[in-house]
Write a protein that binds this ligand. Structure first.
Ligand code: P6P
Length: 353
């Protein structure tokens, strides 16, 4: 039988003009943004500009002299990668140039950074970020990410405050998101009205709405934890991990283990496919490893907006009262059914199958 002619390329792939750009989306959604004076929209635009520049640097890392370490040990007592510092600088530069942000908290800087103090007359935003999460993956071409969290600063905020009043509970965030530098570069964020994903089309330099109204499946298909540390885990958590690996009585299949070494990448896959990410307390990290202000809180806001759940094993992440910029927390985050099962085990109950 004669082969039908191949479908023209335009039918195989939707052309960029058939997608909504990030800028068009922000304009359409602006009336739903907090204090929609345009300042918040411009702040989101500033973050997307930094994301494009960081993505470009990552995509050319092997060619540019940006692999390897800076020789600096950062405030986390971790060897800083060159791209950690580059990503940090690009975010600071974009937010300072944009003029909407008055305070920055970065994983790469021990103290917060005040900027644009002359904005007394309009909303003042604080942005907390992990500029490059999972950067140990960079030198081996594995995926990494950027995580950001946005707050409206309280009126009483004063850059010279001895006690930093900018540390608010995660429930007070006005926006949160991440950039996943994977097989494609995706920006996923929420402003409290659901979660939307945008894919960068490098051919036009635009983030295009590719994943509208993301919802995390209630049932998980994967679990992410570094089981090298399992002997350090609490017996209740060990019992949960044995439970999660049981064979399903009907399908005879087990949930799959996936652990990339980059929270953003594991979170993004679990958001789309369903699953749980766990970083508990351990001997090396008695308070957990993930940082509350710029890793756990933003992802907790996102996962709840997508119908999931995030706790420290006992308390909702978004309700935790922050006491310091770099404080850590245990983290159980993902599909509601799996996070609730983990909580039941940690509280000494047996999980209901
Ligand atoms: P470990 C990266 O440093 C990070 O904060 C997360 O992105 C990642 O999931 C985790 O640490 C990996 O830590 O101890 O398993 O190597």
């Amino acid at each position: 039988m004669a082969q039908s002619p191949p479908r023209p390329r335009t039918e195989q792939f939707q052309e960029p003009e058939s997608f909504l750009t990030l800028e068009q989306f922000i304009i359409d959604q602006q009336e739903t943004f907090p204090h929609s004076t345009g300042a918040f929209s411009r702040l989101l635009r500033d973050l997307s500009v930094a994301a494009k520049i960081i993505s470009r640097n990552i995509r050319r890392a092997g060619i540019l002299d940006v692999l390897g370490e800076t020789g600096v040990v950062n405030v986390q007592d971790e060897k800083q990668k060159k791209l950690d510092d580059i990503a940090h600088q690009e975010l600071v530069r974009a937010l300072r140039r944009g003029g909407e942000c008055c305070l920055i908290g970065s994983e790469e800087q021990s103290d917060t950074i005040s900027m644009n103090p002359s904005r007394e007359d309009r909303e003042r935003y604080a942005v907390f970020f992990d500029p490059l999460d999972g950067s140990s993956n960079i030198d081996v071409n594995a995926s990494v990410g950027t995580i950001f969290s946005v707050y409206l600063l309280p009126d009483e905020w004063d850059p010279d405050d001895v006690i930093d009043v900018s540390l608010q509970r995660g429930a007070e965030q006005v926006a949160a998101g991440y950039v996943a530098y994977g097989s494609s570069t995706m920006l996923v964020f929420t402003t409290g009205n659901g979660v939307n994903g945008f894919t960068l089309d490098p051919s036009i330099g635009e983030f295009l709405l590719s994943h509208p109204n993301l919802r995390i499946p209630n049932e998980g298909t994967m679990y992410s934890v570094n089981e090298a540390d399992v002997d350090d885990f609490a017996p209740e958590l060990q019992a949960f991990l044995r439970w999660i690996k049981r064979k399903d009585p009907e399908t005879k299949r087990r949930i799959r283990a996936r652990y990339i070494g980059s929270f953003v990448s594991d979170f993004h896959r679990n958001l789309l496919s369903g699953g749980i990410y766990v970083y508990p307390v351990s001997t090396e990290y008695p308070d957990g490893k993930l940082r509350l202000m710029y890793e756990a809180n933003p992802m907790a806001f996102l996962v709840e907006q997508a119908g999931g759940r995030a706790t420290d094993g006992h308390q909702r992440i978004l309700d935790l009262e922050p006491t310091s910029l770099h404080q850590r927390t245990p983290l159980y985050i993902g599909s509601t059914r799996l996070v609730e099962a983990a909580e039941r085990f940690l509280q000494g109950e047996q999980a209901r199958t």
